[in-house]
Design a protein around this ligand. Structure first.
Ligand code: ZN
Length: 132
């Protein structure tokens, strides 16, 4: 399953960043995936649920934002969102480039730092957020 690999590398990346930010427990991760990655949100959720038990991601919420495929014509500048990739402009027939749809990155993640784990657990508003 394609999504397992995506989630696995995402988790490795986030964990590395979490450790650097002294985050001991990740509570929320937001992933942005373009249409061209062919990653299915429900399969990403399934992969996340399968891979996270016993890790710092256990119990974390995975948010997936899908980005549609958008192409822009290099000649006339027309933008359009076809269902499948095509490189010929529907207006003038010239070559187009992808402007959206190739995304595959972690938008941000949130977690609890070491201090919160050992100190008093207030819960609200004490989460650390890391943007990449
Ligand atoms: Zn065009």
């Amino acid at each position: 399953m394609h999504e397992l690999g995506i989630v696995q590398s995402m988790m490795e990346m986030v964990e590395e960043s979490a450790v650097a930010n002294r985050i001991v427990k990740v509570t929320r991760v937001k992933l942005v995936v373009g249409q061209l990655t062919l990653a299915q949100p429900d399969l990403l959720q399934f992969a996340f649920a399968t891979l996270t038990p016993g890790t710092i991601f256990e119990g974390a919420e995975l948010e997936v934002e899908e980005r549609p495929l958008v192409l822009r014509c290099c000649s006339c500048g027309a933008t359009f969102a076809p269902e499948y990739i095509q490189y010929a402009c529907p207006t003038c027939g010239e070559r187009c480039e992808v402007t959206s749809g190739k995304e595959l990155y972690v938008d941000f993640f949130e977690g609890d730092t070491e201090e919160e784990e050992h100190g008093n657990k207030s819960g609200d508003g004490a989460a650390a957020t890391s943007r990449q």
